[in-house]
Design a protein around this ligand. Structure first.
Ligand code: DMJ
Length: 649
């Protein structure tokens, strides 16, 4: 116990003396002073130092992210509104003032980390003060819904911070203004009075902008790198151009389509000594060419489809007939990845729609026979749990490997999607496919479906050797759309109910982020009393411009006509425009959806942004149910529509 007379304060003031310059004396004096402190005082100092260290380590990734994202600086404009500026895309005059290596952001430019959190909170936090804010922060969705209810509006989480960011873009350069999609000056989430025409035009503008970048800096190459105004090669086959063909047709961008078609007819050759991934080239290239053939009736695309389809066939020459992951389309040889003889389950079971259609069109049964055999084998395999499949399959033994791990995300996702879609494509006759689909859904409900806390969002987690993990990839957001599609084709109505619940969850994965864009992976909280539903790990904060949520919004809107799905899609489109659009052309993946000031561009526009994301946006906003009718077409997993076969076939 301390004596009551002893004063409990810390003083680090050193009294002056003649020995002031004597280091030895100073060291002793410091030590003496330290010893004179009470234990409480010393503990207090040690605790403060430790706290500072921990804070330093905790903020390190954010700081490094700022440095990693050196391509982005934030300027304060006249209106004191923070504005995103990408140096590479600045007008020449501004570029001269940019340091070669941008300086790290000043303190003024950074937002203190404690203000981070669901964006809807931040305004209220400022208005109400910290005490009230903590309460709000405990349940953002319910608070927002309550506020909506009080105002007599449809429940919708609003995003104050984004309105700010949107205003910020209004002060942009002439060049930026020229490229900017017209965003009506209305509060987000309330667009009920807007004509759909504006939204369709906004999607066409977004496509034109993306295409402008591709055309200028990556024409005929696989992927645009919009920040460095260059390109990246994967297969060397003009991936973005082929993936985007039917999107241009659907969006009625005929001039752009004709240019691309000329390239396909004069430049595209598959006679190349390159290794391509069987799955990726099937869904993007074969699928893209087949659907463009159907939409346009131009035989050029069928010829090209037949060429690439035939060149991919060596992948099936394996001991088990489960295909290898990679094929050299010039040499006609195939092989698994260097480190394993396994293939990914989703990859070998999500090439069927395309090869089956190729057989139907060419009357050459070999394509279909190869992919049907894979499905028949997988249908009978041991190692499933309630219809759920593991993620790997061995090309020698034909057996599943890495047993006991189940997900609807990466490496398994489109297996489930293609069970249903093959059944639909084939005229609902192949009952094994339907059985596997229905059984798998029961497996999902039994093993993977849970509710989050505090807002009871329904989500699909993962299972690893009996252990549940509340982790959900953005990729899983294909599921609401697939469930709704099944219900539309006569499967139980509760599939639609589940679709609606999961749709809300996928939307919240966007709405609860500061940029309004979903991260790649989220973790849901399940413990009672959790502050928020969704957590995001540092490594999972990126957004690759993926389509799955927009895809599902399209299906949900088509089947329910509930306008909220369009409004959610509209919010997402605007946020892509705010945080991923590069002024000189193109859109970029970003590293950090939690930081609207430093989203940190990755300098890559994936081909599926044009092939899928923008196409689904357009179809979501279109009032024409015959624009790719879901009674006549089934979309492959890369959003390329293929016909549902006439019942006789
Ligand atoms: C696309 O290539 C396809 O949608 C695939 O099924 C999953 N990954 C991407 C989009 O996210």
């Amino acid at each position: 116990m301390h004596s009551p007379s002893r004063k409990e304060f810390v003083s680090l003031t050193f009294t002056g003396s003649g020995n002031y310059n004597n280091k030895q004396w100073r060291r002793q004096s410091c030590w003496r002073k330290w010893k004179q402190l009470s234990r409480l005082q010393r503990n207090l100092i040690l605790f403060t130092v430790a706290l500072m260290l921990v804070c330093g380590i905790a903020t390190y990734p954010t700081v490094t992210e700022h440095f990693r994202g050196l391509t982005v600086v934030v300027k304060e404009d006249e209106g004191h509104v923070l504005k995103l500026v990408i140096p590479e895309v600045l007008p020449e005059s501004d570029k001269q003032n940019q340091p070669l290596v941008p300086e790290p952001p000043s303190e003024k430019q950074k937002r203190p980390p404690h203000k981070r959190g669901p964006p809807g909170l931040q305004n209220r936090l400022q208005k109400k003060g910290t005490g009230a804010a903590i309460q709000v922060e405990e349940n953002p969705i319910q608070e927002a819904k309550k506020a909506d209810k009080e105002k007599g509006e449809k429940p919708l989480v609003k995003r104050g911070a984004l309105i700010e960011a949107d205003q910020a873009t209004e002060g942009g350069t002439a060049k930026e203004a020229e490229n900017k999609v017209a965003v009506p000056a209305v509060e987000q989430g309330d667009h009920s009075h807007e004509p759909e025409f504006d939204r369709l035009e906004a999607v066409r503008d977004a496509f034109r902008h993306a295409w402008k970048g591709y055309k200028e800096f990556a024409w005929g190459q696989d992927e645009l790198r919009p920040i460095s105004k260059s390109y990246g090669e994967w297969f060397g086959l003009g991936l973005t151009l082929i993936d985007a063909l039917d999107t241009m047709w659907i969006l009625n961008l005929r001039e752009e389509f004709e240019e691309a078609k000329t390239w396909v007819s004069t430049e595209l050759s598959f006679n190349k000594n390159v290794d391509v991934n069987l799955f990726e080239s099937t869904i993007r290239i074969l699928g893209g060419l087949l659907s463009t053939y159907h939409l346009t009736g131009d035989a050029l695309f069928l010829d090209k489809a037949k060429d690439i389809g035939t060149r991919l066939m060596p992948a099936f020459n394996t001991p088990s007939k489960i295909p290898y992951s990679d094929v050299n389309i010039g040499k006609g040889t195939a092989h698994p990845p260097r480190w394993t003889s396994d293939s990914t389950v989703a990859e070998v079971t999500s090439i069927q729609l395309e090869f089956r259609e190729l057989s139907r069109l060419t009357q050459d049964t070999r394509y279909r026979a190869a992919v049907d055999k894979v499905m028949q084998k997988v249908h009978k395999l041991e190692g499933k749990q309630d219809g759920l499949v593991p993620m790997f399959i061995n090309t020698n033994s034909g057996q599943f490997t890495h047993l006991g791990v189940f997900t609807l995300g990466a490496r398994a996702d489109s297996y489930y999607e293609y069970l249903l879609k093959q059944w639909i494509q084939g005229g609902q006759k192949e009952t094994e496919l339907l059985e596997d689909y229905l059984q798998a859904l029961e497996g999902v409900k039994k093993n993977l479906l849970k509710k989050s806390s505090p807002n009871s969002l329904t989500f699909v987690g993962e299972l690893s050797h009996g252990q549940f993990s509340p982790k959900m990839d953005h990729l899983v957001c294909f599921l609401p759309g697939t469930l709704a599609l099944g219900a539309h084709h006569g499967l139980p109505a509760d599939h639609m109910e589940l679709a609606k619940q999961l749709m809300e969850t996928c939307y919240q994965m966007y709405a609860q982020m500061e940029t309004g864009l979903s991260p790649e992976i989220v973790h849901f909280n399940m413990h009672e009393g959790s502050i928020r539903d969704v957590d995001v790990k540092l490594a999972d904060r990126h957004n690759l411009l993926r389509p799955e949520t927009v895809e599902s919004l399209f299906y949900l809107y088509r089947f329910t006509k509930d306008r909220k799905y369009r409004d959610w899609g509209w919010e997402i489109l605007q946020n892509f425009n705010k945080y991923t659009k590069v002024s000189t052309g193109g859109y970029t993946s970003i590293n950090n959806v939690r930081d609207p000031e430093y989203p940190s561009p990755r300098d890559k526009m994936e081909s599926f942004f044009l092939g899928e994301t923008l196409k689904y946006f357009y179809l979501l906003f279109s009032d024409d149910p015959e624009l790719v009718s879901l009674d006549k077409y089934v979309f492959n997993t890369e959003a390329h529509p293929l016909p549902i076969w006439p019942s006789a076939e």
